[in-house]
Design a protein around this ligand. Structure first.
Ligand code: NAD
Ligand code: USQ
Length: 398
């Protein structure tokens, strides 16, 4: 299969590109390297020493004999080049990771809010419009998020995979309808993903595009079998207050002895998946495409759920590092339960990596190994959801 991996230089995209290449697919990465530029803007670097994209691709060729292509292209800004690329390459599928993906970054300023919506919504629309204009039957696999559903909307009922059956009252009695699950985004970033959903629904209905939207939970871990072959292939590991996600942040904080930064009571329950399972899920989605004329196929890409304070307690027990309950910079429910349907990937053959197996390996192989690269002034989350929610400096150690 010929596959374009949009956003293939990023945390999820790079290991997915290697995984698909290893399986024998003809892979090309399309990326504008904006994530590396945001590191410069935030004056922070991946905890792991990631190499430039050209070196990554050269090393992969040396070790595997397989060539991965690279096109430096902005999906939101360079529509014509993207359409020409589709016509020239004639891919069987695109895997779309190419968006601004951090909730705190999306809330840090008006500029960041506008950038996140412009970049993500325009980029996704350009991908879909470009496929229609090319006249080719190109499958789309998009990385969406569990956060489109919001937290606690449907009480204790499991969150379904994308769609909800509802009863609509009419004068002639109730009729049943299947609707896209109502969205309840908790940040401008999550809002951009809910807007993506409508674009997919429209292009499926109007143009019969074949689209799978993966509603992924928080990805943890760093390495896959391919990225760990050579240090020059190492995957990105974000730990800073804007881009670091909760479990990877706690792993790094535990390694350097920094109090674990629990927001509020830590009663927030979230869904998680290891990066090794992310790449496998994308493979399964590519291998099990919807047919033309089908509605958007939505799969919940999660393997376990945890409460933030339970994760902190687990790492505190493992490493002896204390837990700090900081004022929550976000507007979110202080406590929520989360029950997620995730049958489809298990039925397709996913054999998940659970926290109980992967956690110590992460602490040892990544967090402890690269702890000297950490900049402790970048740990506390400083982006706030509304003015006035800033954490007082004396509550921060760094
Ligand atoms: P990332 O920021 O590491 O990677 C995104 C990549 O896309 C970067 O390399 C960036 O340069 C590129 N990109 C962004 N805008 C672009 C544009 N306009 N044109 C071309 N390239 C562009 O993020 P990630 O963690 O790898 O996430 C990938 C996708 O998975 C995102 O869409 C994200 O919403 C989704 N996701 C991530 C997580 C997670 O925990 N990391 C969880 C759920 C869903
Ligand atoms: N949190 C802490 N302490 C921290 C960091 C986070 O308590 O140091 C809390 C947050 O307040 C939040 C929860 O942990 O309640 C999760 O935060 P996160 O930053 O790990 O995850 P989130 O902002 O939701 O975003 C991440 C990815 C995003 C993806 C999403 C999946 O950045 O791309 O879409 O996870 S999901 O959460 O399922 O929507």
């Amino acid at each position: 299969m010929k596959v374009l991996v949009l956003g293939g230089d990023g945390f999820c995209g790079w290991p997915t590109s290697l995984h698909l290449s290893e399986l024998g697919h003809d892979v090309s990465i399309v990326d504008n390297l904006s994530r590396r530029e945001i590191d410069l803007e935030l004056e922070v670097e991946s905890l792991t020493p990631i190499r430039p994209i050209g070196e990554r691709i050269r090393v992969w060729k040396e070790l595997s004999g397989r060539q991965i292509g690279f096109v430096h292209l902005d999906l939101a800004e360079e529509y014509d080049r993207f359409e020409s690329l589709l016509r020239a390459e004639r891919p069987d599928a695109v895997v779309h990771f190419g968006e601004q993906r951090a909730a705190p970054y999306s809330m840090r300023s008006t500029i960041a809010k506008r950038y996140t919506i412009d970049n993500n919504v325009r980029g996704t629309h350009n991908v879909l419009a470009g496929i229609v204009a090319s006249g080719l039957d190109i499958q789309v696999v998009h990385l969406g998020t569990m956060g489109v559903y919001g937290y606690g909307w449907s009480g204790s009922a499991p969150i379904p995979e994308g769609y909800l059956t509802v009863k609509v009252p009419t004068p002639d009695g109730d009729i049943e309808r299947e609707i896209l699950h109502p969205s309840n985004p908790g940040s401008v970033y999550h809002l951009s993903k809910t807007l993506d959903q409508l674009l997919f629904a429209f292009y499926c209905a109007n143009d019969q595009l074949r689209i799978t939207d993966l509603h992924q939970g928080i990805v943890w871990g760093t390495q896959t079998p391919q990225t760990s072959l050579d240090e020059r292939l190492i995957n990105r590991f974000d730990y800073d207050g804007d881009y670091g996600t909760v479990l990877n942040r706690f792993l790094m904080q535990a390694a350097i002895g920094h109090p674990l930064t629990v927001h509020g009571t830590g009663g927030q329950t979230r869904a998680f998946i290891h990066i090794r399972d992310t790449v496998r899920c994308v493979q399964l989605a590519l291998e099990n495409a919807p047919d033309r004329g089908d509605k958007v196929m939505v799969l919940n890409q999660v393997t376990e759920t945890y409460r933030v304070r339970d994760l902190a307690a687990l790492l505190s027990k493992l490493t002896g590092v204390e837990v700090a309950n900081l004022p929550n910079p976000r507007r979110e429910a202080a406590e929520n339960d989360l029950n997620v349907s995730r049958d489809q990937f298990l039925e397709l053959g996913l054999d998940p990596t659970y926290l109980s197996e992967g956690l110590l390996e992460e602490v040892r192989e990544i967090a402890l190994r690269y702890k000297d690269r950490a900049d402790t002034t970048k740990i506390i989350a400083r982006s706030v959801w509304r003015k006035g929610m800033e954490t007082s400096p004396d509550l921060m150690r760094s």
